[in-house]
Write a protein that binds this ligand. Structure first.
Ligand SMILES: C[S@@+](CC[C@H](N)C(=O)[O-])C[C@H]1O[C@@H](n2cnc3c(N)ncnc32)[C@H](O)[C@@H]1O
Length: 206
């Protein structure tokens, strides 16, 4: 009701008001460059993919954005979409294959499970989603790449934050202006991926 972002989304042709969250974050953090490859986890109904496709210049002839959601989505020009649960074993491989096996510049996740109302359960479930998204990002990002993921109050688990700090030059939380003030939602941003060799070395150190 009276949400200016809903009206703006409609008039600017975005499928969701969520589109403004990645738009605002990108304006500040400049994740997307022309030609960047982007993976969108939890993409439905498609606002983030729309913003990413426009920003990187993705087209049907040369698609640079791939999205996944277990919900149905209408096609988006320049975006390859999979209807699938990202936690399934074959999901990561499908996403990378769709981008021709290339490394990725941005992994973004707006994934959230419907809440159960049981705080501890909800917390564990979101932490799990962030962890698998972060593991995926570390495997597929090109050096210099970025990872953006929705988190909730309680912030990011200490261990995950520590792991990300090893692999990225900068790691921080932001709440874009379009994220509802009364929502516990925020975004974790990790920028400047140090490269897979660093990742492998860090794994060996464990
Ligand atoms: C907040 S919505 C995303 C909105 C989207 N960023 C946009 O701009 O339109 C979160 C989405 O995550 C999806 N999701 C949650 N868990 C998922 C999973 N395990 N695999 C795939 N999609 C998932 C949900 O189905 C939901 O559509």
């Amino acid at each position: 009701m009276n949400d200016p972002y809903v009206a703006r989304a409609r008039s600017e042709g975005y499928r969701s008001r969520a589109a403004f969250k990645i738009k605002e974050m990108n304006e500040k953090q400049k994740f997307f460059k022309k030609g960047s490859r982007v993976v969108d986890l939890g993409a439905a109904p498609g606002g983030w993919s729309q913003v990413a496709a426009a920003a990187v210049g993705s087209t049907d002839a040369n698609p640079l954005v791939v999205g996944i959601d277990y919900l149905d989505m209408d096609p988006i020009p320049g975006v390859i979409l999979f209807k699938k649960d990202f936690t399934e074993d074959d999901a990561p491989g499908l996403l990378i294959e769709a981008l021709g096996g290339h490394k990725v510049d941005v992994v973004m996740s707006d994934m959230a499970w419907p809440t159960t109302g049981h705080r501890a359960t909800d917390h564990l479930r979101i932490v799990h989603l962030i962890e698998i998204a972060a593991d995926f990002a570390i495997q597929v990002l090109a050096p210099g790449g970025s990872f953006v993921a929705k988190v909730f109050q309680g912030g990011t688990e200490h261990e995950l934050l520590h792991m990300l700090k090893r692999h990225f030059n900068t790691t921080f939380h932001i709440k874009p202006p379009s994220s509802r003030k009364d929502s516990a939602e925020a975004y974790l941003v990790a920028k400047g991926f140090k490269g897979s060799n660093v990742a492998e070395n860090a794994e060996e150190e464990r």
